[in-house]
Design a protein around this ligand. Structure first.
Ligand SMILES: [Zn+2]
Length: 316
């Protein structure tokens, strides 16, 4: 069977959003990109579920409450499906879930705005088992500018303190969405591996959400990982005349391989976090198409295992 460990999806937000519109769907089986039944086609299998919300859409003073509601939804979905999934915090717990034939579910938070950018809330989310946290989503906040709002502003003093406390609590800072100066400020102070959970190559697709070659190398040298994002806008159109859509995704992987990324590349598909996926992917059920395309192009079994499982598993 095909292994699959993905570093970023917004399925919990999507289910919560559907509930607010009066439509109840579940993590077990749903009409969005990721559910536990479709996920069961992989072995071993693990998924980071992000707690995400657009800070600008949440009423002032309610961000932490919103974050706790999403966490409660995550806990409820995991508890309702003990036959299919286990909540995991460490690599050993992931291995245990895998050995029992279940999906390993892990937690991340996209945007420190959901913690009111308050480092004093970090111990609580660490106790939930959060292992990855983006200091910013697209909205600039008191910690940093982002790729699209105040992109020239780096980490503030509060931002640096926030990163330090994250690392003390074994939460990896996630640089996807961060401004370029924020990225380099963070790399300067990071003492542990740094993660870009869902970002591609800017050399191939010139979007500020993607990583320059120097950024990729800095993450590689920190011992961290970079998750390949399947959102069409970050994959880009491919080369002229390129008809095989899967190849448009593979060229990001192959560019990172040229940068010695064998132990750095993983997936962070952004499923349920974007409107359209590239490469003929319509949900987690289509990931085997990517695996098959990579095998056809001669990726050896060890490399496939590292990209689909080993690299992300290693950092936990
Ligand atoms: Zn994102």
């Amino acid at each position: 069977m095909i292994p699959y460990f993905d570093a970023h999806c917004d399925t919990i937000y999507r289910l919560d959003d559907l509930s607010r519109r009066g439509r109840e769907e579940t993590l077990r089986e749903n009409t969005v990109h990721v559910d536990l039944q479709r996920n069961a086609a992989f072995s071993p299998r693990a998924q980071f579920f992000a707690l995400y919300g657009d800070a600008a859409q949440i009423p002032a003073g309610q961000h932490w409450q919103f974050c706790r509601r999403l966490h409660h939804r995550y806990c409820r979905e995991i508890a309702a499906n003990p036959d299919l999934v286990s909540h995991c915090t460490t690599g050993a717990e992931v291995d245990k879930a895998v050995a029992s034939g279940r999906s390993a579910a892990l937690l991340s938070i996209e945007g420190a705005d959901l913690l009111d950018c308050d480092a004093r809330r970090i111990p609580e989310v660490a106790a939930w088992g959060v292992r990855l946290l983006n200091p910013v989503w697209n909205r600039a906040n008191m910690l940093s500018g982002t790729n699209c709002e105040e992109p020239g502003r780096g980490l503030s003093g509060a931002g640096r303190d926030f990163i330090r406390v994250l690392e003390e609590h074994h939460i990896y800072p996630d640089v996807s969405h961060l401004s370029d100066p924020g990225f380099w400020d963070l790399m300067k102070i990071a003492r542990r591996p740094v993660v870009a959970s869902h970002s591609n190559s800017r050399t191939l697709c010139a979007h500020r959400r993607n990583l320059t070659d120097d950024m990729f190398k800095a993450i590689r040298d920190s011992g961290g990982v970079v998750g390949i994002n399947l959102y069409t806008d970050f994959v880009g159109p491919g080369e002229a005349g390129q008809t095989n859509k899967t190849d448009q995704i593979l060229r990001h992987i192959e560019h990172f391989l040229i940068l010695d990324g064998q132990k750095t590349i993983c997936f962070g598909g952004d499923l349920d976090g974007c409107e359209s996926l590239a490469g003929g992917i319509n949900g987690v059920q289509d990931i085997p198409k990517l695996y098959a395309a990579m095998a056809r192009r001669g990726y050896d079994a060890g490399l496939l295992y590292d990209i689909f499982w080993g690299n992300l598993r290693r950092i936990l």
